[in-house]
Design a protein around this ligand. Sequence first.
Ligand code: ADP
Length: 309
Amino acid sequence: MEVVVKNLVKKYNGFKAVDNISFRVNQGEVLGFLGPNGAGKSTTMKVITSYIAPSEGDVEVGGYSVITHPEEVKKLIGYLPENNPLYLDMPIMDYLEFSARLQGVPKEKVNQRVREMIKVCGLIGEKHKLIAELSKGYRQRVGLAHAMIHDPQVLILDEPTSGLDPNQIIEIRKLIKDIGKQKTVILSTHILPEVEATCDRILIINKGHIVADGTPETLRKQAKGREVIRVKIEDGKESEIINALRGVPSIMAVEALAGKENTFEVQADKFAAPKRDIYKMCVDKNWVLTEMVPYETSLEDIFHDLTIS
Ligand code: ADP
């Protein structure tokens, strides 16, 4: 099922928290919504779930508009909000049964759905406990079970792994990835390894604007700006080589790598052909270039370049 966001604007007292964003998410896709705090991620998710209305533009879920058909949209969506509100004094089983009824699961199917969710979300050992007795990780699983109880076509997860320990994070990410094979999943996070581990596609949002959209691979390819290259240059004195490298116009910074003789890490302007310049410099000085390895641009670098104020 498709989610189509069209020219969405959301204002709070005149302040544009989301400023004219458009994107489409397809079935079988896990989209990671990435951005610094305050970028507009939660606001966008609240509009998609029809929890708040857009100021301008529209969102369509399975062809239904959040403006004209918010009730239909709600039925199609499972939502795990940021702070995962739960009824703490209810046992897990009762809470999920209650959620199922609330979400319109037919009476005769409620028990079966609750059992399935308990299993899928790894809650078997805890199922009779009160929610108040659960750790943060298990509460998050209950939140996920609640979001999925009516077998929605679209899952919207706001910071799904926040507050979990590393083992729980691995399990929840695996669960989301599996779900994403058949459903449409949008998750928000500000944790970069999370999107790499879970998402097919990344949308980076900053100050209410989309600043990047693509697979982790394409984003790396399109990464603007810096390139980091490791070079090894022989037959010259280390201090002379450093000075010469610093004199190359396309090179922005040079560092000698500790413990590796005549090996340097160079930060360069990607668009100014630094590798050519380094090669030529070595030929001019009669030094031998024995290594020149570009490092892969990390998502951290891309994110930093795109969202820095
Ligand atoms: P994110 O989820 O990316 O951290 P949010 O969508 O929560 O960002 O917030 C985007 C901007 O909108 C922030 O500047 C935030 O302070 C503001 N904002 C969010 N909710 C409200 C609200 N209910 N009233 C006023 N401003 C809000």
